[in-house]
Design a protein. Structure first.
Length: 94
């Protein structure tokens, strides 16, 4: 197997502060700030060995994605180069 598991999920949301506050209140999750390219930070939550990262709609990190929802799921690769080759071989851009 070429993965150790789920690294993180990026969730695009309309209002990061409101969603972060709700996740803290409802699930008791502790918020941290995750740095984004360009110097911005955004709320993130540790979930075991994985994380949930909240990014506002339209942010460059999510390529300007304008609708709320899951933007991407990141897996932990144990052999990065081999994983990239395998993904490319089946038509997936790593």
């Amino acid at each position: 197997m070429l993965t150790d598991g789920l690294a993180y999920v990026t969730l695009v949301v309309d209002d990061t502060e409101s969603v972060a506050r709700s996740l803290g209140q409802v699930f008791g999750l502790a918020q941290t700030l995750c740095p984004l390219p360009g110097g911005d930070t955004t709320p993130a939550f540790s979930l075991g060995t994985s994380a949930l990262v909240l990014v506002p709609c339209g942010h460059a990190f999510v390529e300007g994605h304008a609708k709320p929802g899951i933007h991407h799921i990141a897996l932990q690769a144990t052999a990065l180069e081999e994983t990239a080759r395998n993904l490319a071989a089946v038509g997936i851009r790593p």
